[in-house]
Design a protein around this ligand. Sequence first.
Ligand code: 13P
Ligand code: SF4
Length: 364
Amino acid sequence: MAGDIFPAREAIALMDEVDLSPPIEVPLIPASAFPENISREEREFLRAEIARLKKERNALILAHNYMPPDVQDVADAIGDSLYLAQQGTASDADVLCEAAVLFMNQILAIMARPHQKVLAPSLEALCSLAAHADVNKIRAWKREHSDGVVISYVNTYVDVKAESDYCCASANSAKVIKYVIEHEPGRPILFLPDVYLGFYAAKLLEKMGEPLDRLFLMMGACHVHDRIKPHHVEEQRRLHPGAAAVIHPECGCTSACMRQIASGMVPEEMMQFRSTQGMIKFVRETPEQTVIVATEIGNIHPMSKAAPEKKLIPANPEAVCAFMKQNTLRGVYESLRDLKYEITVDRDLAERARKPIERMLSIV
Ligand code: 13P
Ligand code: SF4
C-alpha cells in the first residue's frame, strides 16, 4: 500500500484500516544516544571540543526538538523543521551542522549559499514518513490531472519536492493548504505523504465550503506517530482528568481527536494540534498544569525547559524515533572534527525544489 494515492473521501474511509507500517527498516538506537551511557568525563571532553571546533570552523549547530538532550544542549538553534530551515537559511556561518533527519539537511543544502557546507552527524537519520512518498506515483497522478497542484509535506526528499508546487511544514500546513485552496481555485490538489495531515486538509476544505472531490491524498504515515492511537489519549485523559492535550497532526489519533472537538465532546482549547515547536509554546501559555503530549517523546525535553512547573504526560511513552536518535553528542563532535557527512543535492533537482521550499518559508 505504501505511497498510494486516493481521492480524499476514499482515503479517509480507508485510513484506519490500511497497513501504514514503515516501508524502510528502522535502525537500532545507538547506546550513546542515552545520556546515562556517557561518562561525565567523556561528556565534558565532547562539549569542550564541540565549542572549540565551532569557533574554529565558524559553524552553527542546529538541533531538532527530538534530539537526545545532550545534543540539544550544545545547539545554537533548537526547533521544529520550519524553524531550523529559517535559522539555517538566515545564518552566514561557513558550516551548518544539523542534527535532524536527511530531508531537513537537504533543505539546508538546497538553500545554502555557495560558501556554506551542510553537515549531518549521521547518514542513518532517515524518515519512515518520507519513505512513503514515491515520485513515480506523483508523476502518474500529474499525468491524469494535468492542471493538478501538488503540496508536499516537509517530510519528503528532494526528488519529491522537485515534483511539487508547494511545500509545507507542520507549523504552517494549515496556512499553506488554505492558501492553495484560495489561490488555485477549482484545481485538483494532491496532498502527500501523510494521510492524517491530509484528513486535516480535507476538514479545512469542507469548512471553507469547497467540494472534497478536489482533494487527493497519499496513504503514508510516520511509524512513530501512527502508533499514538485514540485509546492512548483517552486513557491519559481518564488518568488525568482536566489535563489539556497537545497533539502533533501526524498522530494516528488526529482524526478521532478532531471529531471529538467537532462534536463538542472536548473543548477546542483543551485539545490542540501543533508542530513540535507549537507544542512548546502551548505548554508555556496554557493555564492548565497537566498536559498530555502526543508526539515523539524527545519533545518533552524542550517542553519541560520552557515550562518546568508543568506536568507533562507522554500519550504513548514508546513513541521514540530511532532515526532522529542516530544523532549523538559524539556524532556532532566527529561531524565538526572531520567535516562529515557533507550533504549535497543534485543541481537540477535543487533548482526545481527551491520554489516550493521558498513558498513554504514565505507562507508563515
Ligand atoms: P516538525 O515540523 O513539527 O518538526 O515535525 C517534523 C517531524 O518529523 C515530526 O515527526
Ligand atoms: Fe520521520 Fe516520524 Fe521520525 Fe518524524 S518522528 S522524523 S516523521 S520517522
